[in-house]
Structure formats: structure tokens, C-alpha cells
Design a protein around this ligand. Structure first.
Ligand SMILES: Nc1ncnc2c1ncn2[C@@H]1O[C@H](COP(=O)(O)OP(=O)(O)O)[C@@H](O)[C@H]1O
Ligand code: SF4
Ligand SMILES: [Mg+2]
Length: 370
């Protein structure tokens, strides 16, 4: 049996929207994360995907208590973090580290690499005396594939890939158990992305790390993840083992995301279903009622999809969880897709469809069905 390191239960992060001269009148809330349950097992990788603005970074930050959750619970290795007093939380922090998308903006340009790596050790009072810290830092540089001369250099003297290695070294030097990597390769050239992903995989094996890897692109998390969770507008819509989610995506939103990933095999590529979603992501300040995806879903059915929010439920006998009322009927083909007109929402999302340009189009091998 594998042990669970992180357990998230009904996590919510609602940011108040302030208006007025002194910005003290709350006129609404951005529901960035709105009721997420997930578990991450020790030594495993959970890949979290979804389009920009769906709440992935907020979820990652709330998990580490860098953003205070509005509701719900986060249990880390048996300790409830949401109610932990600040002093204990600080001690807990060194066991959980974060890697950011853009190392250039997360690394202080005035600090050399040695100082960047020493800072965290000093802040947490770990790594022993000066000599021991130097040894630890030298070992960490080796582990992330940076030369020792890097110590006296500054972030701008490195390439994007090397800078991300510095960002990884800064996290790993503290000997954490959990790393939240928020879009760790999104800012890198495609040729460098695989190297950084492979490095994360090697470090995990060597150090027994547990990862939450966030990406907006399914292809990035495919190889590194044991479990993949797909997020839409503040909630998880599907969760399964990495193999299952790629072989058998069940939620219409996951199918749309998958349909955007090209397949190397030309024959499979020809047969690939392509779903272009209508409109933009609706505003998390005013999310659609019922199933949050119903305004863009080609399989949406009256009136249940609009009225009832589907919860994540296990489909079949394994661990595959899907938040769709009609997952089984969609899979068997009993419910067929239809055209969707993007709705023009109050904040302008979906307004591009005013000319009918963003209607959902679904193509199957036999040609467009809508
Ligand atoms: N500090 C904040 N205050 C108000 N709204 C925020 C804040 N941080 C994020 N948001 C909003 O929350 C939603 C989710 O953002 P984010 O978690 O960054 O999404 P993602 O990482 O998936 O792109 C967005 O609508 C964003 O504008
Ligand atoms: S519940 Fe309805 S709207 Fe939501 S994904 Fe399923 S079919 Fe589409
Ligand atoms: Mg983000």
C-alpha cells in the first residue's frame, strides 16, 4: 500500500472583488478554487492541467498555505495545515517547496547562485555550519546538472533552462518532501522542456520526492505523472491514472483538451477527434450554474446540466473519477455531440463569438458532424 502525503478536502479559495473609493466594499468573489478534493501519494507525481485562469496556481499556493484558503482542509503527512499556528507552519514550510514558471522573475537578479541557495538554508536554520552548507550546495549543483563555477554567477548569465535548474536547486537544497512545480517548463523552448522534465523525474527517484506538477498542456504532464487531474473553472472535472486519462478520456472537457494534442502516428492522427471549444473560459466571478462546463459542452443535455453541479464520481471499478452526469452515455455514443453557440457574458468573455466565429466545431473521421 502506498502512503498518502497530501490530502486536500473541499478546498476553496474565493478572492473578494473590492470597489469604492477606499476599496473596502466587497461586491463579489472570484471563485478561483471552488471545492477541490485530491490526494497525492508519497513518492508519486500528480499532474494538474487546465487552461489558463482555471485556478491551478491558486490551488498550488493554497495547498502550501501561501494563499489562505477560504474553506476546506489540507492535510500534509498527518498534520492539518489550515489551522496550524504560524510558528509550526513555518517549520512545516521547509518540507514543502515551490518551483515557478519563470525563474528570471522568481530569482533575485542581484544575488549570485551561492547566495540564492544559501538564503533558504539560513532562513530555515538548516544545513549545518558554513563548510557543511558549502558541501551541501556543491552536491545540489551536481544533482541538478550545473557546474560548480555557477556559484559566483548571477541569474542573467544563464540560459532559460539553466535558470530553471537554479530554481530547482533552490527548492531541492532544503531537502523537501513535496514540491509544487507551477508550469516549470512553460517558459522554456520545446527542446529544453524534456531535459527539465527528465531532471525532475531523476531527482524524484534519487530523493524520493512527491510532486504536484501544474501545466496548461496535457503533453507536458503525460510522462511524468502517475495521476492526472483536469481542472475547469475552479473544480476538478476528471481524475485518473496517467495511462487511463490518455487512453480513455471521459469528460467532454478532457476530450477537447486531448483533441488538441497531435499524435505522432499519421494513421491515428487522421482518425483523431478534434473539438474546438466555443467561447472563452467563463468568469470565475460569475460561474455558470449547474455543470460549469455546460455553456461550452457539445454534449450538454437539458436541463440537468444547467441545474445540477455534477460531483466527481468513480466510473467503472478503478480509480477513474469524472464529474459529468452523462459520462457513460457519452462514452457509448448514446448521447451525440451538437453545435454550441458561445454565450456573450457580462464581462465580455465569449464576445468574440458575436460574428459566429467561435461556434463549437467537432470533426470525426467521417467529416464534421456539426
Ligand atoms: N490574488 C488574487 N486576487 C484576485 N483574483 C485572483 C488572484 N489570484 C488569482 N486570481 C484569479 O483567480 C483565477 C484563477 O487564477 P490562477 O490560479 O492564476 O489560474 P491558472 O494558474 O490556472 O492560470 C483567475 O480568474 C485569476 O484572475
Ligand atoms: S454534465 Fe452535461 S454539460 Fe457537464 S460535461 Fe457532462 S454533458 Fe457536458
Ligand atoms: Mg498559473
Amino acid at each position: 500500500m502506498t502512503e498518502v502525503l497530501v490530502e486536500v478536502d473541499d478546498l476553496k479559495v474565493h478572492f473578494p472583488i473590492k470597489r469604492g473609493v477606499f476599496l473596502d466594499r466587497t461586491v463579489g468573489h472570484v471563485k478561483a478554487v471552488d471545492g477541490v478534493d485530491l490526494r497525492i501519494e508519497k513518492g508519486r507525481t500528480y499532474g494538474l492541467v487546465g487552461e489558463s485562469g482555471c485556478g491551478k496556481s491558486t490551488l498550488g499556493r493554497a495547498l502550501l498555505q501561501l494563499t489562505k484558503p477560504t474553506g476546506g482542509r489540507v492535510n500534509f503527512d498527518g498534520t492539518e495545515l489550515t489551522t496550524l499556528p504560524p510558528k509550526q507552519l513555518r517549520q512545516m514550510r521547509k518540507r514543502m517547496q515551490m518551483i515557478f514558471q519563470d525563474p528570471m522573475s522568481s530569482l533575485d537578479p542581484r544575488q549570485n547562485v551561492e547566495s540564492i541557495l544559501t538564503e533558504g538554508l539560513q532562513a530555515h536554520g538548516i544545513g549545518g555550519d558554513r563548510t557543511e552548507r558549502r558541501k551541501l550546495i556543491a552536491k545540489t549543483l551536481d544533482a541538478v546538472g550545473l557546474p560548480q563555477w555557477a556559484l559566483s554567477r548571477y541569474p542573467h548569465e544563464f540560459s532559460g533552462g539553466q535558470r530553471q535548474r537554479i530554481g530547482i536547486a533552490r527548492a531541492v537544497v532544503l531537502n523537501p518532501e513535496l514540491i509544487v512545480a507551477d508550469e516549470p517548463v512553460s517558459a522554456l523552448d520545446v527542446s529544453i522542456q524534456a531535459q527539465v522534465i527528465n531532471l525532475l523525474g531523476d531527482l524524484q527517484e534519487e530523493l524520493g520526492l512527491t510532486y504536484l506538477v501544474i501545466a496548461h498542456d496535457l503533453a507536458v504532464v503525460k510522462h511524468i505523472s502517475d495521476t492526472v487531474g483536469v481542472m475547469y473553472l475552479g473544480g476538478l472535472v476528471e481524475e485518473a491514472s496517467s495511462d487511463d486519462i490518455y487512453r480513455r478520456p471521459l469528460h467532454p472537457y478532457t476530450r477537447a483538451l486531448m483533441s488538441a494534442v497531435p499524435v505522432p502516428d499519421p494513421e491515428v492522427e487522421d482518425r483523431r477527434e478534434r473539438i474546438l471549444l466555443a467561447g472563452d473560459l467563463p468568469s470565475p466571478a460569475n460561474p455558470p450554474t449547474g455543470c460549469r462546463f455546460h455553456t461550452r459542452c457539445p454534449w450538454a443535455q437539458p436541463t440537468k446540466c444547467r441545474d445540477d453541479r455534477p460531483s466527481l464520481r468513480i466510473i467503472g471499478t478503478g480509480t477513474h473519477r469524472v464529474a459529468c452526469h452523462w459520462a457513460e452515455q457519452i462514452e457509448t455514443g448514446e448521447i451525440r455531440p451538437h453545435a454550441v453557440k458561445a454565450e456573450i457574458t457580462a464581462d465580455g468573455a465569449g464576445a468574440k463569438d458575436a460574428h459566429g466565429a467561435l461556434e463549437t466545431a467537432l470533426e470525426t473521421p467521417g467529416g464534421p458532424v456539426v
